[in-house]
Structures are given as structure tokens and as C-alpha cells.
Ligand binder design. Structure first.
Ligand code: SF4
Length: 194
């Protein structure tokens, strides 16, 4: 595994913690993610943190150049199909259930670098926002969680820690603009590193 620069360590520690928490709850359900028709890697997800974008781009540069070029081509095609919408759709992107450009024979080719939402997806969960009712997420269809007793999986501490990491990352890098990008958009902006 490539040596990770020190400034990414708070993020990798958080990823480790969320992976452990996810695994523990999944184990209690007896749930294993083996891919399914409604694969989350075919869903239209946006990512909002510079820290995660930079980490993914760092991971991308660890791929062989040939693979980078392939992913880049897939990313650009993904963006073309998803975001170059006819005007009657008010230019709102719609999910076309396209595979994430990093999905390779049902595996994530940047598994160790994948963002938070890829790590937390699948399990029923809760989120506590100050001043709001508790937000509950149902989990993916593959787990048939609607027939199961809910096992608490609170995303709140992970979101809070991510907010702190992002704040520190922004201060360190001077990146302050709002961000809302799919994996394809992130990678389409990452020229191959030779
Ligand atoms: S980054 Fe990896 S885990 Fe996330 S959607 Fe893409 S292929 Fe799936």
C-alpha cells in the first residue's frame, strides 16, 4: 500500500473507525454486501468535502497510468451522459444508473480511498441534527431490512468528525469554495500522473 501523507491521517483514522462500526452492525444483521441489481455504485451520489476529494485524487494517482487513462475516459463519458441534459429537464442531473467509473468487475478499484458515503451506505441508520427530528435511513433493498429489527447505527459522530477534519483541511489548504461533485466529476478533473 502506498504511503499516505501525514495530513490525510485524521481522515484515514475516521474511515477506519466508520468501517469498523459498519462491519460490527452488518455482522449482527448477518449482512454481507455482495453487489446487487440496485448497486449503490450505480447511484448518483455527490461528495462535499475537499479532504475526501483530495484523498481520492491522491489514490487515483497511485493507479497505473493506463488504468488512470481508462478511468478518466469513463469519468468524462459519465459526466457527458449525466450532466449534458436537454434544456427541458432544467439542466437537473438525473441518475442514469451508470456504473461509477471506479467500478471494475464489481469491485471498487480505489477501495481504500473511497469516500465516506460509499463506506456508510447499505445499513439502516439514524442521524441527529440539532433542532431537527431524528432522520432515519432504511438501508438498501438487498438487506431486506424492513423485515428486521433495527440495530442502532448512528452516523452522527462520523459526520461531526468529518466536519472538523474538513474545517482543518480547508484552513491548511486555503480551499474554501463549496463543493458538490460526483466521483466522475472529481476524477474528470484529475489528469493522469505519470
Ligand atoms: S468510489 Fe468505489 S465504492 Fe464508491 S461508488 Fe465508486 S466504485 Fe463504488
Amino acid at each position: 500500500m502506498t504511503e499516505i501523507p501525514e495530513y490525510f491521517l485524521p481522515l484515514t483514522q475516521l474511515y477506519h473507525d466508520m468501517d469498523c462500526a459498519w462491519d460490527q452492525v452488518a455482522k449482527r444483521y448477518g449482512f454481507q454486501c455482495n453487489g446487487c441489481e440496485d448497486n449503490c455504485c450505480l447511484s448518483l451520489f455527490f461528495h462535499h468535502t475537499h479532504a475526501e476529494v483530495s484523498f481520492l485524487q491522491f489514490g487515483f494517482q497511485t493507479l497505473p497510468v493506463k488504468d488512470q487513462e481508462h478511468v478518466l475516459a469513463l469519468s468524462r463519458e459519465y459526466c457527458r451522459q449525466t450532466f449534458e441534459q436537454p434544456a427541458e429537464n432544467h439542466n437537473r442531473p438525473t441518475s442514469r444508473k451508470l456504473p461509477c467509473p471506479l467500478l471494475k468487475t464489481d469491485r471498487c478499484s480505489l477501495y481504500h480511498f473511497r469516500p465516506m458515503i460509499c463506506r456508510l451506505h447499505g445499513l439502516p441508520h439514524e442521524l441527529h441534527k440539532p433542532g431537527f427530528n431524528v432522520i432515519k435511513g432504511p438501508g438498501c433493498d438487498a438487506g431486506k431490512f424492513d423485515t428486521r429489527t433495527y440495530i442502532p447505527f448512528d452516523r452522527t459522530p462520523f459526520y461531526k468528525q468529518m466536519a472538523v477534519i474538513e474545517m482543518n483541511f480547508r484552513q491548511q489548504t486555503g480551499k474554501t469554495e463549496k463543493i458538490k461533485k460526483t466521483i466522475a466529476q472529481i476524477l474528470a478533473d484529475s489528469p493522469p500522473q505519470r
